[in-house]
Design a protein around this ligand. Structure first.
Ligand SMILES: Nc1ncnc2c1ncn2[C@@H]1O[C@H](COP(=O)(O)OP(=O)(O)OP(=O)(O)O)[C@@H](O)[C@H]1O
Length: 222
């Protein structure tokens, strides 16, 4: 379970998030809200990419950026922000080397993830030659090989066509880990357990997808 205790974030003296107080234990959690409402800042708190100005974030009672980074994976909107090595398998090995894993264990973890999502054919490809959809799957694979307890995805499907979006979301739904998905694409939250609507840096609605999304879209009527 991830716990936010009275978390506020200020930047240049401006309040970006204000007194977020939440316990999140559901398996599939969506985050929605208007541009600039604070979703990405909130998402980045989960794995220590952002630190609270006040309050605390803990995962199963453990706090601090190091613990959060170790156990919470983060998938960015743009996979180019995530893929750093020129060859796919080198990129997938990067985080595992930092964990101090031996060659056989690294290979086994990578094989398992590539096989599971039918990506084995990409193992030796140059990363800069991959299509947007392939890159996004490899960025997700790079997070999965680390075996995080929770995975946060910040608008991960905006670069994908309909087919790759469906494939990516099918992969997400298959995962056993807790998932937190930030998305402007409300259809992606179908079947989710809980949705948080953020507005002006605060959680203004929190509950099952249907009522929270209905409240959000009603507010968008012109
Ligand atoms: N370093 C910073 N200094 C000042 N303001 C910032 C900084 N980073 C973010 N902000 C502001 O914080 C607010 C929330 O930004 P955030 O990226 O979290 O919003 P968002 O809901 O993810 O938006 P979008 O849907 O457009 O991606 C915005 O008004 C943004 O301009």
């Amino acid at each position: 379970m991830i716990r936010f205790r009275e978390v506020s974030v200020k930047k240049d003296g401006q309040a970006i998030l204000t007194e977020i107080d939440l316990s999140l234990s559901e398996r599939r959690i969506g985050i929605i809200g208007r541009n600039g409402s604070g979703k990405s800042t909130f998402a980045r708190l989960f794995n220590g990419l952002e630190t609270p100005t006040n309050g605390s974030v803990t995962l199963n009672g453990q706090g601090g950026s190091k613990a959060l980074r170790r156990h919470v994976g983060f998938v960015f909107q743009n996979p180019d922000n995530q893929i750093v090595y020129p060859i796919v398998h080198e990129d997938l090995e990067f985080g595992l080397k930092n964990l101090g894993l031996g060659k056989d264990e690294m290979r086994a973890r990578i094989d398992t993830v590539l096989r599971r999502f039918q990506l084995e054919h990409l193992r030796d490809r140059l990363t800069h030659q991959l299509s947007g959809g392939e890159k996004q799957m490899i960025a997700l694979a790079g997070v999965l090989v680390m075996r995080p307890r929770l995975i946060v995805l910040d608008e991960p499907t905006t670069l994908l066509d309909l087919w790759n979006k469906r494939r990516f979301m099918a992969a997400i739904h298959e995962l056993e880990q807790q998932i937190v998905l930030v998305s402007h694409d409300l259809d992606l939250l179908d079947g989710f357990d809980r949705v948080l609507h953020i507005d002006g840096g605060q959680v203004v609605a929190d509950g099952l997808p249907d009522p929270v999304i209905a409240g959000y879209t009603a507010g968008a009527q012109c």
